[in-house]
Design a protein around this ligand. Structure first.
Ligand SMILES: [Zn+2]
Length: 263
């Protein structure tokens, strides 16, 4: 207890490279934290663009496909996939019902593909592959990927990080009118944050076993009777569910996510 990392490594005869790697990881974690907490407050440049740039370079270094690239590879509508430009993916408020529904589905898919890209970053970091983003007026204003292990922070869930960044970007605890898109059903902790910030809509990829805010025995994400919480958000579940489940199986070979949603 109380020893430095160098002393610990020396006592356990760990190679110097191990120490260097650990120090580098700590520095990177600090830089990512700075990006999330400080750069998103920069009012000069759109925060989503700033976040995307750093995410792109991070993915490039790791040899992973960038979210923009994944979206561009989508056969649906390439112009929707342009990084940082999701306005075209937003559904029109009026128009024929069928066309509106199709446009809505495409928008949900586009947002979820972005969230899956973030989840892949978490996976590469050794965390549970969950990615989340918050959309406000058709623009992504905040993003987050799971960072529990990377930051040694039990509250480092992707949804919570995205919500925290969205509050910072809007300088408000009130996220009414915002949409949270996340690859996994928000857990109790994240569902609490959704309700407290009054997020209006939640787009979900896959269920979360046992501790999900909808499918568990304590569905606080959809509970309408809690005083002061107002109406629960609209829920769109099962968006690109197979891809989101596949991420979990990739992280935990042999483990599959149940798909029984609570009605
Ligand atoms: Zn959570």
């Amino acid at each position: 207890m109380g020893r430095t990392i160098e002393e610990f490594a020396s006592a356990h005869q760990l190679p110097l490279r191990w120490v260097e790697l650990r120090n580098t990881c700590r520095q990177l974690a600090g830089r990512v934290d700075f990006w999330y907490r400080a750069d998103l407050r920069d009012a000069v440049r759109p925060p989503a663009v700033e976040a995307s740039d750093i995410l792109h370079s991070s993915l490039k270094r790791r040899g992973l496909p960038a979210p923009g690239g994944m979206l561009q590879a989508s056969p649906q509508k390439p112009d929707e996939a342009s990084r940082g430009n999701y306005e075209s993916a937003d559904p029109p408020q009026t128009g024929p019902g069928k066309a509106k529904k199709l446009s809505l589905t495409r928008a949900h898919d586009a947002y979820m593909r972005r969230a899956i890209g973030l989840a892949r970053v978490a996976l590469a970091n050794g965390d549970t592959p969950v990615g989340s983003l918050v959309i406000h007026k058709g623009k992504i204003i905040a993003e987050g990927f799971e960072a529990v292990h990377m930051q040694v922070d039990v509250s480092g869930h992707a949804e919570l990080i995205a919500i925290r960044n969205a509050c910072s970007a809007l300088q408000s605890f009130d996220l009414s009118g915002c949409t949270l898109c996340t690859t996994a059903e928000p857990c109790f902790m994240c569902s609490y944050a959704v309700r407290q910030t009054r997020i209006s809509k939640v787009i979900i990829g896959r269920p979360t076993p046992w501790v999900g805010g909808i499918s568990s025995l304590h569905p606080i994400l959809t509970e309408a009777q809690i005083p002061g919480w107002g109406q629960p958000p609209d829920i769109v579940s099962g968006v690109l569910e197979a891809e989101c489940c596949a991420l979990v199986s990739q992280a935990n070979p042999g483990f599959t996510v149940g798909t029984a949603w609570r009605k």
